[in-house]
Design a protein around this ligand. Sequence first.
Ligand SMILES: NC(=O)c1ccc[n+]([C@@H]2O[C@H](COP(=O)([O-])OP(=O)(O)OC[C@H]3O[C@@H](n4cnc5c(N)ncnc54)[C@H](O)[C@@H]3O)[C@@H](O)[C@H]2O)c1
Ligand SMILES: [Zn+2]
Length: 364
Amino acid sequence: MRTLQVELGERSYPIYIGAGILDSIGELCAKHGISKKSPHLIVTDDKVGPHYLDSVVSRLKSEGYHVLTHVVPSGESSKSLDVYEQVMTTAIQAKLDRSSAVFALGGGVVGDLAGFVAATYMRGITFVQIPTTILAHDSSVGGKVAVNHPLAKNMIGAFHQPVMVLYDVDTLKSLPAREVSSGLAEMVKHGLILDKDFAYWCCENGHKLLALDAETLIHGLERGCAIKADVVSKDEREGGLRAILNLGHTIGHAIEAVGGYGRFLHGEAIAIGMAGSAMLAERLGRDESLYGETIRMLKAVNLPVQLPQDVSIDQIMDAMQHDKKFTEGQMVFIVPEAIGSVSIVKDVPVEAVRSVVEQLKGEG
Ligand SMILES: NC(=O)c1ccc[n+]([C@@H]2O[C@H](COP(=O)([O-])OP(=O)(O)OC[C@H]3O[C@@H](n4cnc5c(N)ncnc54)[C@H](O)[C@@H]3O)[C@@H](O)[C@H]2O)c1
Ligand SMILES: [Zn+2]
């Protein structure tokens, strides 16, 4: 088992990564001072639950913990105020108290939802993350928790750090292949923004990552989490630097929105967005090899790098306007400077972005 510490002063916490480490959940909870007197709530979804919920519950019970469960439907639609209220109802009925903990057993959806419950139940109780997707190596670090409003994603949320993250790579074996690639998009992103060697490592080891080779995954997740943790510990509340984590996300969020949050997975959308950012970088005079190298890395983990023909460029541009990053014909963009380095450019001409989106459809 590897341990990676996220340094956030008194809110610092460890990420435990390894194969089979869920077997030790009881001891780890005891180590972190989780009460054996108070009830705890495990939140999961209906695709993850059937695989892992029983074993997590029985491990905790055998260690003397009192646990209840709440299973939500799988998918982004569970990040809603309705579902939030239902989980809150379970928490209140179960008489969770100030010493109780909420456990998120699942991907980013369950993590964000359960985290927001933990952040707000009695003004904040203990939160434990048990990520079960590759994407969640990103979402489980940094403490951003939220539900969606029908008008905008992640609009209702908080910063609430977990007391520990328990990342058992064995749980990734049941992930559908598309979800594996989607999660690897964030791993590649972490290399592209801050660590050239890691970006190339992901590319060279793409086939092993896709095959869920345990050693390779553990290394990739550990390095990915470490890069994110490093950024977050320097800028916990997104005053500036943390924005670099949004590489590919301005175009990516627009692609997700235009696809109705179902057609494209998050990682697929940001992969196309990262390809677009690399094109934009070249247009802004950065190194000409950037685009070719970036798409090579994305393709190595089976990610798309082009927009399908039926996607409307006008709709993508409109959706980006909702991202509120436009002012007077210019927008803020995370622009690659080289593989492993990016900058925040505040005056990117909207026209340049439009022509990149056209090029992503093969029309540029
Ligand atoms: N808080 C943050 O900093 C942050 C960062 C990035 C993304 N996010 C959020 O994360 C969410 C996306 O996360 P995600 O991609 O993990 O989505 P997800 O939680 O919806 O999981 C993807 C799919 O895989 C299923 N699944 C999860 N684990 C599984 C397993 N081990 N075996 C089989 N099936 C499994 C889920 O039921 C779901 O259908 C988005 O809502 C996004 O906004 C948050
Ligand atoms: Zn993302």
